[in-house]
Structures are given as C-alpha cells and as structure tokens.
Design a protein around this ligand. Structure first.
Ligand code: PLP
Length: 432
C-alpha cells in the first residue's frame, strides 16, 4: 500500500529488497528471478486487517485475492496474518487446501465454475461460494442436495459503476461477464429464488468494481448501491442480508506519477457510508468483507533479469534485451502497464539512458516497457523491474517453452525459496 519501504540502495550502490542485496540474490538463484519482501507483505496484511477491524468493530474479514499471487507459502502467510482467501478456480482452491489453509475462510469466485469445481468446494467445505448466475445457482443446488450438504452463498452483483480505470480491468458496469444485474431485476429474482432453494443458504452479496482504482468515489458509490439492494431485499422479501463483500481493486504506485489514495481514506469513506446508511434505515450492520489482491503483494516484489544485448536503432530507439519478458510479466503486452526499471548493480547512478526493455519471446510485442529511463546498460548487468509482486508470477506462461522463474522471499533480511525454478523436465512432464 506504498506505506512500506521495499527497495533501497545499499552501501555497494546495489538495489536491495527487504534488506537483501538483489545482485547477490541474482548470483545465488540465477535470473530471471522474482523476489518478494515477506515482511512488507505482512505489513500490508496487518494494515488492511487493523483498518477493517477498527472501522467495523471487528465485524468483518479481509480476504486476500489469491489470483494476484498464488503459491503455498503465500497461503501460509495470509493464514498467519488472520486473513481469509478468495479463490477463483479449482487450482487456486487446491493450492490453498494443500497449504493447509482453513476451508471455512475460503470464498470461491468465478463466472463459470465447473460442476467438478463446485463439488470440490462442497467437499472441502469452503466458507462461501460466490454465485455468478442462475445456471450456476441451479447446478450448485443440485450438487449440494446430492451430496447432502448446504452451500452458503453470496451473489455477485454488478452495481453498474464506471470505475475510471483501464477497460480490461473494469468489471462493475452493466456490460460485464461477471454477476447479476440490478437494473433489470435479475438480482432480485435470483435472491427470491435462492431463498426457496434446497441445498442453498443465501448469506449475502458481493461486488468487485475493477482493479487499480485510484479514486475513492467509485468505492463509496458501489457501497451505496449494494446497501440500497440490501434494503430492497428486506422490503420485498422480508429477508435481512447479513453479509456484504465489497471486493478489492485498491490502486498501488507503479511509477512516480501514480497517486493511490491511502488505505485509510478508502476505509474511512466507505465505512462511514455503510454505518450511516444502516443507522438511518435501522438495518443491522452487515458482516463486511474486502478482497484486496494487488494492494497486498503488488509493491512487495521485484523481478531481476540479466541484460543480454543492447541494440541501438539509429533515429529510433535502443532495445535492452533481458532473459525474461512476457512469459514472466505479460502486463505491458496486455495493458501497456507502467513499470519502473533500475539497473540493480548501478542503482546509485543517475538514470541517463532511454531504453525499450525487450523480452526473449518470438513476438515483437514482447516488451516490458518502452522509452523508459534507466542507468546506462551493459551486457551482464542485472536489470530490476519494480512492483511486480501482483499479476506477474500468477500470469506467467511457458510460451516458447520458457520455464517459469523461481520466487524467493526475504524475511528479516534472510532469503528463502518459495517456488523453485521450473526445469526442462517440468516442461515435458505432461507430454505423452
Ligand atoms: C481480482 C479480484 C479481486 C482483487 O483485485 P485487486 O485489484 O488485485 O485488489 C478481488 N475480488 C475479485 C472478485 C476479483 O476478481
């Protein structure tokens, strides 16, 4: 949440993360390499948890949105910090269970969960299944009845909020594949139906309006819309909804120009909206969940690469080629996301060079950043890309049969492996 200092420059003029020298880490583990500051992850978890507890008198839960960065170590960290987890696939659920994460604190999302995934969730006893549509509600009811279980559900609602962010990460508006619409009466009908269905216990509603949002207004507006719906359900169905999950999406700083609001400003504005509304309408304050992903891990990670070539095209640009790229960070190729890069072994020097950082895949669009300022590069330098903790490792692929890099975590200045480097043998393991 930008409140922690993750990277700095040490006495050797090297970039350090969590007190560990990145140049030494690159030598020890090889590149490309993801490095995460575990202390900073924990600090972010605590800031969110303390804030939620304070604003809602401990009647709520912070859920870590696993899709931002998912591995067994991460689930152990969030469990130790007292958070719940949001999973969006059987694979994330499996990872959480393998890590020993308590099923009761898992919320299962997704706009098209399969029957197998729903059965797996019922079997494991996940805390909440967040139902996206009527077909899923019917399928879940049938599966729960057959298994002799009751599924505790939330409905995903589209509150119709236009969060001022990139189109690809905007999900709260009407034209979205996620959730039930309010305007058309679809959401209300679904609630009426759920209240009569076997194998289903309707517990509450959820919304998630997008990602990397800097403004506070969209969150406040979303909360108002959701509370209005809770009120409407009470009036029309005589049922008082007890849980409100307000989603994630808090923006973080990737580059200097980014100006995320402090966590406290979000929490204060939204909790005031919720508490005032409930007081006015004499509604019991619902159990509140928030689901941050990026703001827990985004600024806690860096990716380290080795510079392999520097190619100047006169009158055009200079490509600095690295030993990774869109396979470990597809976000520039997908959304032209901004990142700051630093030559880790020259971190104390001036940034006097304009570079386009190019990956090694057979795609012209395999770039990490264009026309960005770095220190003058040379072959063999260690290039660090900052704030890669979220949606990098979790979005990595094996395109061009490039093995995924390992993840190293630094805690109290000591490094340890959280995910080992993929091998060539891993790449052919499923080939028949
Ligand atoms: C992605 C997602 C989140 C987390 O979003 P961030 O921008 O990483 O905070 C939370 N809830 C749902 C349902 C999501 O899809």
């Amino acid at each position: 949440m930008g409140e922690t200092t993750v990277t700095s420059v040490n006495e050797h003029g090297h970039l350090s993360i969590g007190g560990a020298d990145t140049v030494a880490l690159a030598a020890k583990y090889g590149t490309p390499l993801y490095v995460m500051d575990e202390d900073a992850i924990r600090t972010n978890c605590r800031a969110l948890k303390n804030s939620l507890d304070r604003h809602y008198a401990q009647h709520g839960l912070v859920l870590y949105a696993s899709k931002a960065f998912c591995c067994k170590r991460m689930y152990r960290i969030i469990e130790e910090e007292g958070l719940g987890a949001d999973v969006v696939s059987g694979g994330e659920l499996y990872t959480a269970l393998e890590a020993g994460f308590p099923a009761q604190k898992i919320y299962f999302h997704g706009n098209n969960k399969t029957a197998d995934e729903l059965s797996m969730a019922l079997e494991a006893g996940v805390g909440r299944i967040v139902v996206d549509n009527i077909a899923e509600l019917e399928l879940l009811s049938a599966l729960a009845v057959a298994a002799g279980k009751t599924a505790d559900i939330l409905f995903r609602i589209k509150p119709g909020i236009d969060a001022h962010t990139h189109n690809f990460v905007r999900t709260g508006q009407i034209d979205s594949k996620f959730g039930f619409a309010l305007e058309t009466g679809e959401a209300l009908e679904a609630v009426q139906k759920a209240l009569t269905m076997q194998g289903i216990r309707f517990a509450g509603v959820h919304c998630h309006i997008g990602s990397q949002i800097f403004e506070i207004d969209p969150f406040v507006h979303a909360a108002e819309v959701m509370l209005g719906f809770i009120q409407k359900v009470r009036e029309t169905c005589g049922y008082t909804i007890g849980e409100l999950n307000l989603g994630g999406g808090f923006g973080i700083r990737y580059v200097q120009e980014d100006d995320p609001k402090a966590l406290e400003s979000y929490m204060e504005a939204v909790s005031k909206t919720v508490l005032d509304f409930c007081r006015e309408k004499e509604l019991p304050v619902p159990f509140i969940c928030i689901e941050p992903g990026r703001s827990i891990v985004g600024d806690t990670g860096v990716t380290l690469y080795t510079v392999g070539g520097v190619k100047t095209i006169p009158g055009c640009r200079t490509y600095v080629s690295i030993d990774g790229g869109m396979t470990d960070n597809p976000r520039y190729a997908l959304y032209q996301s901004s990142y700051e890069a630093i030559i880790a072994n020259k971190a104390a020097q001036q940034k006097d060079f304009t570079a386009t950082i190019a990956g090694r895949c057979c795609e012209s669009g395999d770039l990490i950043q264009e026309h960005t300022q770095i220190q003058t590069p040379a072959v063999g330098d260690i290039l660090a890309v900052l704030s890669t903790g979220a949606y990098n490792y979790s979005m990595a692929s094996n395109y061009n049969r490039v093995p995924r890099p390992p993840v190293v975590m630094v805690r109290g200045g000591t490094d340890s492996l959280a995910v080992r480097r993929e091998t060539y043998a891993d790449l052919v393991r499923n080939d028949v």
